[in-house]
Design a protein around this ligand. Structure first.
Ligand code: SF4
Length: 63
């Protein structure tokens, strides 16, 4: 498993990650990002790379 880290201090809740990996990230009813999973399986390595690259705030990383 790969550990997914979000720096919520950087996140501006634009929803890019939620669009790409909706089972891991979602924009909650209060408009803030909610992280639904702390880890992803190893076979989702490329999906996670894409999300990390696409986050405009550089708020997502892997442990
Ligand atoms: S893509 Fe980055 S800035 Fe946008 S909601 Fe996700 S973590 Fe926050």
């Amino acid at each position: 498993m790969i550990e997914v880290k979000v720096d919520f201090a950087r996140c501006d809740a634009n929803g890019t990650c939620a669009a790409l990996m909706p089972d891991v990230f979602q924009i909650a009813a209060n408009g803030l990002l909610e992280q639904l999973a702390e880890t992803v399986p190893d076979d989702r390595d490329q999906d996670l790379d894409e999300v990390i690259l696409c986050c405009p705030m550089g708020a997502i990383s892997r442990a």
